[in-house]
Write a protein that binds this ligand. Structure first.
Ligand SMILES: [Fe+2]
Length: 156
């Protein structure tokens, strides 16, 4: 499955309150909201549920969580509780999607839940975890710290 990494453009849809000020993370957050929006439109316009696109959304959530965990690891953030939230959410969404596939119903509920959960997660968890960083702390290519800073371990 191809996963495209979007860029946050000047026409970015994320409100200020949902920005974490790390371009890679903000771009992925926006991509997830875009995918949810387009699935809502697809489901509204048709009685068919595009299961492949729902699977793709779930895969993108997993890809995005792995990105956050990689960046947190690179700068030595304590991310254990946050990563646990990611793992629990992925399991919950997997279960809900399996139920959706089995029943063929509640696609809108699934999408509303994704959107609600994700917005809350960004504003309450991501901004808290990443608020101590800025893009100046990370190398734009490698995602690693530019140099020893307060978030690096001695061995990093
Ligand atoms: Fe997160």
């Amino acid at each position: 499955m191809d996963i495209e990494i979007g860029e946050v453009g000047s026409a970015g849809l994320l409100p200020e309150s949902l920005l974490v000020d790390l371009p890679e993370i903000d771009a992925q957050h926006e991509e997830i909201f875009n995918r949810i929006e387009s699935l809502k439109s697809a489901c509204f316009e048709s009685t068919l549920t595009p299961i492949d696109e729902f699977e793709s959304l779930l895969a993108y959530f997993a890809f995005h969580f792995a990105t956050e965990e990689r960046l947190a690891d690179a700068v030595g953030l304590d991310f254990v509780d946050h990563a646990r939230i990611h793992a629990e959410t992925l399991a919950l969404l997997r279960k809900a999607l399996d139920e959706l596939i089995r029943s063929g119903r509640d696609a809108h509920s699934f999408l509303r839940y994704c959107e609600y959960w994700f917005e809350r997660h960004i504003s309450e968890d991501d901004r808290l975890s990443f608020g101590v960083l800025s893009s100046a702390d990370l190398d734009p290519v490698s995602g690693l710290t530019q140099g020893p800073g307060p978030f690096c371990s001695a061995q990093a």
